[in-house]
Design a protein around this ligand. Structure first.
Ligand SMILES: [Zn+2]
Length: 260
């Protein structure tokens, strides 16, 4: 047996044991689905798979509460279930690059510095509901996580947003392109995403109301993240307004939430 196969078997055995011994209790799982209707409306088969992935996610990741926040089981399951939605068909190994999830009670202010063309440094505070760093932990605001059932109405989901960045960063710095099989696939991806993004930026500049969060105009990697949010929590609307973008995301995530 090759070493890779041996590790594969070991992982399979460990996963089976985790699923058996550390399964998410029924009551807690039902509470989670009631909190987040965009999860509850998925098929029974999807939900069974999601529950398994969330169980394995909880066993693998480390949660840390900040500013006196204690992360209880209900909170951890709420985060795990939403985090596993994007990798429902891709598998949990897509999240192997990080271990830690840092949870703040609310959005946090981060000090930012930017240098303009004249070399003048501007300092400002940016309010963050979440952050994903290359190789580092994922930060989330609990208030934003728990309000995701309501905020789905306007296509907002902080957990999906940050984990889309994690997927984007599997092949290095975030650039709006997740890890794809080859250069051709990358070129085909950009042939759809770039014109969608340009058109979106023009609409945001013109002050139009957009289905996708105008924050996506900041950079193409942010556009991938905010589009992914709408894809998972308001898929039918995304398919109606941005069919090509919807198809692109459906192909990558191997999911069709608008049809569920
Ligand atoms: Zn972002």
């Amino acid at each position: 047996m090759t070493l890779t196969r041996w590790f594969g078997r070991l992982r399979g055995w460990r996963e089976a044991r985790t699923l058996e011994r550390r399964a998410i209790p029924d009551a807690l799982w039902q509470l989670t689905l009631a909190r987040f209707p965009f999860l509850a409306r998925r098929s029974d088969a999807d939900l069974a798979r999601l529950r398994e992935l969330a169980t394995l996610f909880l066993a693998d990741k480390e949660f840390a509460g900040m500013q006196g926040l204690e992360v209880d089981d209900g909170m951890a399951v709420a985060i795990a279930a939403q985090a596993c939605l994007p990798v429902l068909r891709l598998g949990l190994s897509h999240y192997d690059a990080f271990k830690g999830i840092v949870v703040h009670p609310d959005a946090v202010l981060a000090r930012r510095e930017v240098m303009d063309e004249d070399g003048v440094v501007h300092r400002y505070d940016e309010e963050l509901a979440g952050e994903a760093m290359e190789g580092g932990p994922v930060m989330l605001s609990w208030r934003d996580v728990v309000e995701a059932g309501d905020s789905a109405e306007w296509g907002y989901n902080v957990v999906v947003h940050e984990f889309a960045h994690v997927l984007d960063m599997r092949d290095g710095a975030p650039d709006g392109v997740p890890l794809l099989p080859d250069r051709d696939a990358r070129a085909r991806w950009l042939a759809v995403l770039e014109p969608e993004w340009q058109d979106f930026c023009d609409r945001v500049d013109a002050g139009e109301d957009t289905l996708i969060d105008p924050y996506g105009a900041e950079a193409i990697d942010e556009f991938f993240a905010v589009s992914s949010e709408v894809f998972f929590v308001a898929g039918a609307e995304l398919r109606r307004e941005h069919p090509a973008l919807y198809e692109l995301l459906a192909g990558y995530y191997r999911q069709d939430p608008a049809s569920d």
